[in-house]
Design a protein around this ligand. Sequence first.
Ligand SMILES: O=c1ccn([C@H]2C[C@H](O)[C@@H](COP(=O)(O)OP(=O)(O)OP(=O)(O)O)O2)c(=O)[nH]1
Ligand SMILES: [Mg+2]
Length: 147
Amino acid sequence: MYQVLFKRLPGNEEIQLPVRMSELAAGFDLHAAVAEPVSLSPGERKLIPTGFCMAMPSDLEAQIRPRSGLAYKHGITCLNSPGTIDADYRGEVKVLLINLGQETFTIERGERIAQMVFQTVPSITIGEVDELPETIRGAGGFGHTGV
Ligand SMILES: O=c1ccn([C@H]2C[C@H](O)[C@@H](COP(=O)(O)OP(=O)(O)OP(=O)(O)O)O2)c(=O)[nH]1
Ligand SMILES: [Mg+2]
C-alpha cells in the first residue's frame, strides 16, 4: 500500500481531492479548480488547475488521463495524454485539456475533468554499448509481422 500526500492550495477548501468513483476504479478523478467557468472553443487548449500539490513515494509516477465520457460526448481530452506527474514535482497539478469537438465546452468549478492513475517506475541505469544483444526480430518493425 502506498500513501500519497496532497496539499490543497489556498482558496480551494471546497474542491474535492482526487476521488475514486467506484471501489476498484484505477483512476482518481480530478476536479477543476477554476475560479470561474472556463470555456474551450473548438480546437482550443487550456491548462486547468486542480488546486492541489502532491508528494508520492519515489518509485511512483502519476498519469493524467482523459475521462472517456467527456471525450465521447464533447470531444474533450488531454492534449499530452497521458500527462506525467514526476514523484519530485511539488507544483500545482494541472490538466492540459483540448476541445476536439465541434461545440464550445464550458468547464465549471469543481467539475471532474480528467483522472489520475498511479504506476510504479522501475529503477533504471543507462549503459552505452557498441553492439546490442541479437534477437530474431532484429530491426523489423512497423508492420513487419503482417496484419
Ligand atoms: O499533465 C501534466 C503534465 C505535467 N505536469 C507537471 C508535473 C510534472 O512533473 C511536470 C513536468 O512535466 P513533463 O516532464 O511532462 O514536462 P516537460 O515539458 O518535460 O517539463 P520539465 O522540463 O519541467 O520536466 O509538470 C502537470 O501538472 N500536468
Ligand atoms: Mg520533463
